[in-house]
Design a protein around this ligand. Structure first.
Ligand code: 0XT
Length: 325
């Protein structure tokens, strides 16, 4: 029975990965449901053999009376904003703040230019996912950046978040950062249900995602069809091959079983390419299946990020006022 439970769990998780993350199912829903019911019956009879990554977690059921707090080992920072007011006469965006950002970065790096990576700025809720030996053991909200809320039970119901990492070489520890959001279509369907039930509709997908994640009853979260996009790695065990740049981080997340946000990520050789792609994304935005409230531009090389991170992490509230030498 233990062996059967292990095989069924792995098989069902693979089918779910194909369906929810790759959008390429290989078996009909009836086959998935048949195997799922077989696993459920075995887990009921042999609860001691139920695995932490069992797909029976996806339906939720834990009702908490509050959320535990989690102290982030690596602070969850937010992003500085560079607004680009639209210069309507020219019909393009004023990119002065982006050029100033590029100048500051290149000056701090002592380089004439640097490689950037540009990706959609997901408009959802920042989440941290901690995996040990490939198993999802904790999920936390950003909170104030240092202390967040433990939302592990709710996060287990998000179908495109792997409960066990994919591939045969998984790190013994990895902390994934990303955004939980609600796809536009799922948001519209939810609000239609809310109105049918005579309940208040949600103002926007971001609020709907936040409200769904803050549910103390994870069975309600499970019905809300949340979606996750990873956008960074906060911790990775040193024994594992370290990505050199952000593009490799995104590739690693895809290998480990996380959804890729289609083709909206671009490596750019310089800031001008970034600005051109920003214009393209501004056009594509209404067609995207999820809300974005801008683009995030990151220095691609991780060593350069550390270097810059050091400069920008210097206390902003203190400055040395030196006596003349
Ligand atoms: C490095 O920190 C971040 N990176 C991000 N990347 C994308 N694509 N979207 C976000 N919302 C986002 N948010 C933060 C805090």
């Amino acid at each position: 029975a233990q062996q059967k439970i292990q095989t069924l769990t792995a098989q069902l998780n693979q089918y779910a990965h194909e369906y929810y993350t790759l959008d390429a199912p290989t078996v009909p829903d009836s086959e998935y449901d048949r195997l799922y019911r077989e696993l459920e019956a075995l887990e009921t009879e042999y609860p001691q053999f139920r695995l932490p990554e069992s797909p029976t977690n996806r339906v939720g059921g834990a009702v908490l009376d509050g959320f535990e707090t989690v102290i982030h080992a690596v602070p969850m920072l937010s992003l500085a904003n560079a607004f680009s007011p639209r210069d309507d006469e020219a019909g393009t965006f004023d990119h002065a703040e982006m050029r100033a950002f590029d100048e500051r970065v290149c000056k701090d790096l002592g380089a004439a230019h640097t490689e950037y990576i540009i990706e959609p700025k997901f408009d959802g809720l920042a989440i941290s996912l901690l995996y040990q030996n490939g198993i999802l053991i904790q999920a936390a909200t950003r909170g104030d950046g240092t202390t967040g809320e433990d939302v592990t039970e709710n996060i287990k119901t998000v179908r495109n978040i792997p409960l066990r990492l994919h591939g045969d070489e998984v790190p013994d520890l990895i902390e994934v950062r990303g955004e939980v959001l609600m796809l536009k279509a799922d948001f519209a369907a939810l609000n239609a249900r809310q109105l049918d039930a005579g309940q208040k509709p949600f103002a926007n997908p971001r609020n709907a995602a936040a409200g769904s994640l803050r549910q103390l009853n994870s069975a309600i979260t499970a019905q809300r069809k949340l979606h996750f996009f990873g956008y960074g790695i906060a911790r990775l065990s040193t024994a594992f091959r370290q990505p050199e740049n952000h593009a490799q981080e995104i590739e690693l997340l895809a290998r480990l079983g996380f959804s890729e946000p289609q083709a909206q990520i671009r490596v750019c050789a310089n800031i001008q390419e970034v600005l051109d792609f920003y214009e393209t994304m501004a056009q594509q935005r209404p067609q995207l299946p999820y809300e974005i409230d801008g683009m995030v531009v990151k220095v691609n090389d991780l060593r350069q990020q550390q270097q810059l991170g050091f400069v920008s992490r210097a206390p902003r509230w203190a400055i040395a006022h030196k006596f003349p030498a």
